[in-house]
Every structure is written in structure tokens, then in C-alpha cells.
Ligand binder design. Sequence first.
Ligand SMILES: [Zn+2]
Length: 434
Amino acid sequence: MSVESLQADIDLLRKQLNEKERALAELKVAECKVGDALTNEEISRYSRQIIMPEIGPRGQLKLKAASVLVVGVGGLGCPAALYLAGAGVGRIGLVDYDCVELSNLHRQVLHSEASLGQPKVQSAADSLRRLNGAVRVDCVRTVLDGAGAPAVLAGYDVVLDATDNAPTRYLLSDACVLAGVPLVSGSALQLEGQLTVYGHDGGPCYRCLFPEPPPPGAVTSCGDGGVLGVVPGTIGVLQALEAIKLVLGLPGVLSGRLLVFDAADCSFRSIRLRGRSAGCAACGDQPSVTRLVDYEQFCRSRACDKEESLHLLSDADRISAGALSEMLLGGEKHLLVDVRTPTEFELCHIPGATNLPMKDLGRPACLDALREYIRQHRGDPEFPVLVVCRRGNDSQKAVQELRTSLSDLSVSVRDVAGGLQAWAKAVDPHFPVY
Ligand SMILES: [Zn+2]
């Protein structure tokens, strides 16, 4: 090897070394820029979490760059979005079709008396902007369905299922599997709450655990079963926690586990879930769900908690609230059966009504008492038995049931169309609506 060629090799190596050093220096500058990207105001605002080693300035920047979609701005979505905005998540999407009602305010903490009647997404967005003006809040006022979901979910890093119905649970699970984003799923009813994360780190999706939808009507809503506000409050805050952990890339995400919160004894239990199922139609090895479908049809139930008016009886088999009022005023012999729960009956009822809850209708002792009453009191051959409930749906089912069980008696069984809500509207404006 000549001296010249050795010198050329040395020059080449030096040049390569210089290039590497320059690249390294550029990286360091870039790193510095990332660190500097927090403004003094941001450093001050988020300081209590930034000084934690789990977050630091890099974590805060991740939160700032992150986008989280909250589907359902009710009891779960409100506290979740509140804490996401507080923590500085850069973009929060809100999806809800509904407007703010008085009965929402005990748990849906982003809404207020001033926002009654407003779309929930607007009311919630206003609250979030008041809390943190730097957060971008995007509102979508819709009942999310298979056709619209991909566009709504596009661009989000994490999705929160803060809804309360089966069609939306399947829709969001499938949509998140297809989009490859994790889904933080919460639920709350009465005194119990549940939480898990689907589609993360090899964990299951909703379909892995529930391949088949529940029978229609099997899922009780908060509107029917009731809920203590702090229960969705607790679960919603924890949904925000899991979303923040996912954004930060922290370990300990609630994947493959179900957290069950029992408010009655204030206990939290963590139940191990089955792992991802290789045969799952959505996230399995050979998925058959390759696009979103009609989930209301799939579940044979609605994707909103507005109860559909049933039409099980013909008009001739129902009387109006006004006709019932005339009957009561005229002193006509009858039996008015209120099929709501005893607690609801205690809350309000039409004077003279007898409480016989739906679940007791088939009990022999109750039927015997009913028969005895009818035998003692009836004057006309067609003694009228009238059934009333909250909205006029259960009462129709009860009429069908009573017609069968009382078929040996000469009674006419009809229901009060529209239930107590119709009574409040047409007869007694002072009657409470809940
Ligand atoms: Zn799956």
C-alpha cells in the first residue's frame, strides 16, 4: 500500500467521522428543540405532572401531540374529557347525538343548568375550552354508525367508549380493530362500574369476549335502571387515566383485565380476561369483519337510549290518558294496575292505582290476589283492567301477559297509551316526569 492511498483512506474515514458527528449534533439540536417546545405557560400549567419522572417534558409533549376521541358525552364521557383536557391532551373529539336534559346534570359534569337543551357536544366543548383554551375540541353531533365511523375515528390515537348500548360497543370495537387504535371501554349502572382496554398489546377486542350480541332488551340502561353519579364519574376518570397511559406509552395498561368497581362496598376487583381469540371475527387470524356493518341490525337494538315506542297492541286495545282521566272522574268501576317498580311507584303514581311490578306479574300469589279483587269488585260483565307504566311500552307487554293469565275471567285488559308521561302531558301538568 502506498503512502498516497493510505492518506486517501484516512481522509475518507475522517470525512465519514465528521458526517456522523454532524448528524449526532443535529440530533442533539432536535432533541433540544423538542424540550424547548413547551412554552413557559405550559410548563407552569402542567408543572405538577411534568416533574413526575413518568411524564417529564417529553411526556407532556406527547400529550400535546395526542388526539383522543370520546364517544358519548354523558356520565362517563364528561369526567373523562374533563381530565384529558386538564392534562393537556392536544386534541379531543366529542361524539354525541343528544341534547342536555335536567336528568343528566347529577352525573354529566360538563353540562350545567345554563346549557339545558343545547347539544351535549357543544355544552361539553364550551366547558372544556373554559378549562383549557389551548386544547382543540372537535365536535361531531351524530348517532355513530358503520357508515360514518371510519371518517370520525380517522386521525385519533385512542378512542374512549363512553356509551351505554350494545350496537355502539360492537361498532367501536370493530372500528378500532380496523383502524389499529386501542379502545378504552367503560360502563356504569346503578352501583357498579366496569373498565377495560381492548385491542392493545395483543389483548382481546370486545368481539373476542362477546362474539354474539346480547338478546334485545337484555341490556338495562341508566334511564331504566338508574345510576349513582359518582359511579360513572369514577369509571370516566379511570378511562382518562388509561388513555393518558396509552399516549405516554406507560406500562400497566388495563388490557386483558376487567376492573369491576362495586360502589356498595367501595371495592375494586381486577378480573383476568381471555386473551385475543385466534378465531375472533374482527381481530382473529382470519377475520371476517373487514368493514363496518349495520350494528343496530346486528344487535337488533338501537344505538341510542331513546326508547322506541312499541306497537304491540292495536289502538282499540289502548286508552288515552285523557280517557282514563274521564273514567276516574266519572267513578266508573275499574282496576288500574301500575307495573313499575315499587321505588318508582313510591316516587309518583295516579291516585287509586295498584302497584304490581312487571317481574311479579307471573307469580301465582299475585295472580290469585288479582283474580280475587276482580271477583269482588266487578259489576259489569266487561270489568276494565287498565295497565299503566312509565312510557307505555311495558304496559303493552303486561296486557299481553295478563290477557293470557286472566283468560278465564270476563275482563277487558287494556293499557294507557304513552304511560305516565302521557298522563303528565295531557292530564296533570304537575305530575313529575323522570
Ligand atoms: Zn377480537
